[in-house]
Design a protein around this ligand. Sequence first.
Ligand code: SF4
Length: 548
Amino acid sequence: MNLSVGSKSPLTGGYGEAEAGGYWGTELKKAGYDAVIIEGKSETPVYLWINDHRVEIRNASSIWGKQILESNKFIKADTKSHQTKIASIGPGGEKLVRFASIIHDMRHVSGRCGMGAVMGSKNLKAVAVKGTGHVKVARPKKLAALAKWMAKNVDNLVHDLHTFGTGAAMDVYESLGALPVNNFNEGVFPQADAISAQTIKKTISVGMETCFACVVKCKKIVKIDESPWKVDPVYGGPEYETLGALGSNCGIYDIKAVCKANELCQRYSLDTISTGVTISFAMECFENGLLTPAQTNGVNLSFGNKDSMLKIIEMIGQRKGIGDILAEGSKKAAIQLGAKTEKFSVQVKGQEVPMHDPRLRRGQGLGYAVSPTGADHEHNIYDTLYSKKIPDEVEGLGVLEPVPIEDLGPKKVRLFHYISTWNSLDNCLCLCMFTPWKVSQKVAIVNYVTGWRTTAFELMKVSERAFNLARIFNIREGFNRSMDILPSRLLNPKINGPLSKVSINEDDFENAKDIYYKMIGWDNNGIPTPEKLEELEIAWAIKHLITK
Ligand code: SF4
C-alpha cells in the first residue's frame, strides 16, 4: 500500500491556526496547509517533506532507528535548511510502543495517546515543513491589542507559571496528600521540594522558552554536564507531569536523574506520564514478587532506584527484555504478568493517569472516567479552582457558585460539564490550557482571527460536537459505559498522608455518571441520543453508533 497525502488549503483569512507545543504547526500554516491527512503505509521508512507548495515523500532508511537529535540533523541537511520544522519519532515510535509520542523540533511534544506509534506503523519517520507564506487574520489590529494586553498582564495572571514553569507547587500538593508517590499508593514525600520547579531554577536551569507567540513562556530548559546524568539542553526540561511521573511516583527525588529520564523519553519519543506510571506499576509488581529479577534481566526495580528507572526507559524504547512487555502500557502488561498485578495498573481506557489525584478532586475523577481518550487532565476540571470562589476567567459560562472539592452531586456534575466542555474547546482551537484567557477574550480571538462573529454559546456547541463525535468513534470501536471507570487504586485510600482515610464511593461515582449522561444528552449506556445529535447538527453520525 502506498502512503498518500491530502488536504491542502490556500493561504486565506479563513479558519485560523494557533499552536500550543512549538512552531511546527505554524510553519505548516505558512506553507498553506491547515492539516495533513496521511493514509496507508509506506513499504520502507520515509519522511514527508512539505516545502511550501512542493510535497515529496523522501527516503528515511538511513535514519530509521536513530534518536530525535540525529534524525533531525539529517533532515535539516537533506532539506538544505536550518529553518525546516520537524515533527518526528524516535525508536519508541518505530517499535510501536503504545505510548510513543511525536516530538516537534526536539522539545515540544504531542505526548499522549500513542500518536508516535501511529506514525511508526506507517513507516513515517517525520513530517518536515518549511513555509514562506504569510498567515492573514481577519482583524489584525484588534488581535495585536489583545496580545499586548496579555503581555502586559501575564506576570500578574500566572506569576509562578511564567517564572518557574509547571511544578512550582509540589510541596503544596504534597501537603494535601495528593502528590502521587510510589504508584499512587502513598501521599507522603518529604523530598517534594527537591524535584520542584524552584529547585530546577536554582540549580540546572539555563533559561525558559516559549511556544509560538506565547508570552507565558513556561517551558524550562535544563543542562547537566556531569556523568551519568548529562542532559543536552536541546531536549528542553521536565514539566510537572514528568517531575511527578518519573520522580515521586517512582520514589525518586534526585532532580538530575528525573531530568535525565525526561531527556531519554524525548530521545526515544515516549510519553513521560505513561512511561513513569508504567514503570511505577512494574516497581510495585517487583516489590510484591510478581515480577522477578529473572524477568527484569537482573534489574532491581525497587521504588527509588534511579539507575534502574533509566535502564528500563531505554529497554522500553528499544523493546528489549521486560521493556517489550512494558512497552504495551500497564493495562496490557498486567494481562501478561498475571491477574494479581492488575490492581497495580493505574490507567483509564489503557491511558495511564496523570499526576492529579481524584481522591482530592472528585470532578477530575469523573473527567478521567468519561474522557474519550482515557485519563486526561486537560479537557477536564481542576475542582480546587472552583471550591472557594469562581475565577474571573470563566465569567459568562453560567458558573456562579463554588462547589466543594469532595462533592460529587448534581452541582459538581454541572460544574464539571460546563468547565470541561469549555476546556475541550482548546482541542478544537489548538490553544494551550495554560494561557489565562477569559471566556470573552477567547471568543474575541476566534473573531479577530477568522472574522466569525461568534459567541461563547456557539463555541460551546463546537466543543460539544467534537466531544460527541469522539464518543461515537469510541462506541463504534466497542467502548461502552463499563469502561467509564476509575482504577481500583484511585477509589481506595492511600496508605499514608492526608488522603489515607479518603475513598471514593463507587455508588456515588456511578450516580454522578448517571447525572452527567442525562445532563449532556446521553442514554443510560452512555450513548448520545438521536435528539442530542440532531441538536448538535451531527445527526449524520448516528449510523456510526453500531459497534463493531
Ligand atoms: S503557556 Fe502553553 S503555549 Fe505558552 S509556553 Fe507554556 S505550554 Fe507553551
